[in-house]
Ligand binder design. Structure first.
Ligand code: C5P
Length: 285
């Protein structure tokens, strides 16, 4: 029986993100299209017979309670009564506080991998339910396909998207997701968008004409670098948008874009979107 797995945890961008309501518990209801991209963290899992859950490379000073991979492993054990252990190694490549979903994707890949490593055979819906308690974006990564997303992130409709490339730009400053969502300047959208209105034909550039990101004005006010990155993309002739709660911004582009110099402190990266999550077939349902 297998004792080791190496798995990727891909990032996402939000092609648009509309805030359409607020629940009594403070979470915001949204409409968005989440797209999987081929920039990934990498995770390594080794089954431990001792029953311990270990993270060998935790950020110095970070508590295991705050580590999303450890929390995912514990949540899975709690939900199933499983007593097996694991040593988790995370090769962190995705920037934090970027709106790329890195932490949520790490948690989702942990749930998918441990479901196999521990022979739990939970179905996709059960894993997504456990994942939602860890973060609103986790069910999307468990779902494994580009998606039209509603609710706080748990209502998913798979959607076909054209293949394409994008330039991603991440300034050094980060944005705290709770702070962005709690900002009094955050505006809601009064109009409801429909999946039919978001016709997923044409290319990624033409799909950007649909909608906007309601979190972008708030993030720009809190972190002016977001606006500077968007201006830089415009100078390259590209139409950009912030992803999630930022601070990364992106713009669809050709396969080999010619880009001018950017400040050395920014991360600039050309990515492609994926057909589907590499672990799509790792659970049933
Ligand atoms: O679920 P997640 O940990 O990603 O969310 C972080 C914070 O962002 C939440 O505690 C909440 O304040 C805010 N949030 C929200 N509505 C969402 C997602 C996140 O208000 N749909």
């Amino acid at each position: 029986m297998k004792r080791l797995y190496d798995v990727p945890a891909p990032a996402k961008v939000n092609l648009f993100l509309h805030i359409v309501g607020r629940r009594p518990d403070g979470y915001h209801e949204l409409q968005s299209v989440f797209m999987l991209i081929d920039w990934c963290d990498h995770l390594h899992f080794e089954r431990l017979d001792s029953g311990a859950i270990e993270r060998v490379d935790s950020t110095p000073g970070a508590l295991p309670e705050d580590d999303l991979c450890v929390r995912a492993a514990r949540a899975l054990r709690q939900a199933t009564g499983c007593t097996q252990g694991v040593r988790i190694t995370l090769d962190k490549r995705l920037p934090a506080q970027a709106g790329l979903g890195g932490g949520s994707s790490d948690a989702a890949s942990t749930l998918l991998a441990l479901n196999r490593l521990w022979n739990l055979n939970l179905r996709r819906e059960a894993l997504a339910h456990i994942g939602l308690a860890l973060g609103a974006d986790v069910p999307f990564f468990i779902g494994g396909r580009h998606a039209w997303v509603e609710g706080i992130g748990e209502r998913l409709t798979p959607i076909a998207l054209p293949r394409g490339h994008l330039v991603l730009v991440k300034p050094p400053g980060g944005a705290s997701t709770p702070q962005i969502f709690a900002d009094p300047a955050l505006k809601r959208d009064s109009k409801t968008a429909t999946i039919q209105g978001f016709a997923a034909n044409g290319n990624l550039e033409s799909l950007m004409a649909f909608g906007h990101n309601d979190l972008e004005p708030v993030a720009r006010a809190l972190c002016p670098e977001v606006g500077e990155c968007l201006h830089w993309l415009a100078d390259q002739g590209l139409s950009g948008r912030m992803t999630g709660s930022g601070t990364a911004v992106f713009a669809p582009c050709g396969a080999n874009p010619v880009l001018g110099p950017a400040p050395a402190s920014w991360q600039v990266r050309v990515c492609g979107n994926m057909d589907a999550h590499p672990l799509l077939d790792w659970c049933d349902g």
